[in-house]
Design a protein around this ligand. Sequence first.
Ligand code: UVW
Length: 146
Amino acid sequence: MTVSTAAKIAYDDVEVGTELPAQTFNVTRATLVQYAGASGDFNPIHWNEKFAKEVGLPDVIAHGMFTMAEAIRVVTDWVGDPGAVVEYGVRFTKPVVVPNDDKGAVIEVSGKVAAKLDDNRVRVDLTATSGGQKVLGMSRAVVQLA
Ligand SMILES: CC(=O)OP(=O)(O)O
C-alpha cells in the first residue's frame, strides 16, 4: 500500500542515472535511547557500551531499522512526498558505530535512479556509509513519482 500525496518529481523528468541530493545525518547515543523507547527494541548493544564490547562489537551500534528509516529520507525529501516509497529493502553490511560524544555517528546517504518501471515508478539505489564503511548494501526502493 502507498499513501501518496503530492510528488513534486515527474516520472518524465527523470532518467536512469539521475542523482538524488545527498544528505548527511548524525546518530547520537541520545537518539538511540529515544529510538529504543519508541520502537521497544531495548537490545543493550544499542545503549550499553560494556555489553556491546563484551559481545565483540567495537562500541554501541545504531539500530539497523533506525538507520534504514533515516536513509530513506533521501528519497522522500527528493520526491517531496512522505508516502512515495512503495517498497524498500536493504542489507545490513556493517554496524553503525556510535561514539559517546555530541556528534555521534555520521552517516552519508546518496541515491540514484537505477531503473524506470511501469506506472510512473522508478527504482532508486541508495548508498549509506559511516566511518568510510558501507553500512547499508543492496539498498533499493521502488518510488512513486508524479
Ligand atoms: C538489523 C536490524 O534489524 O537491527 P535492529 O533490530 O537493531 O533494528
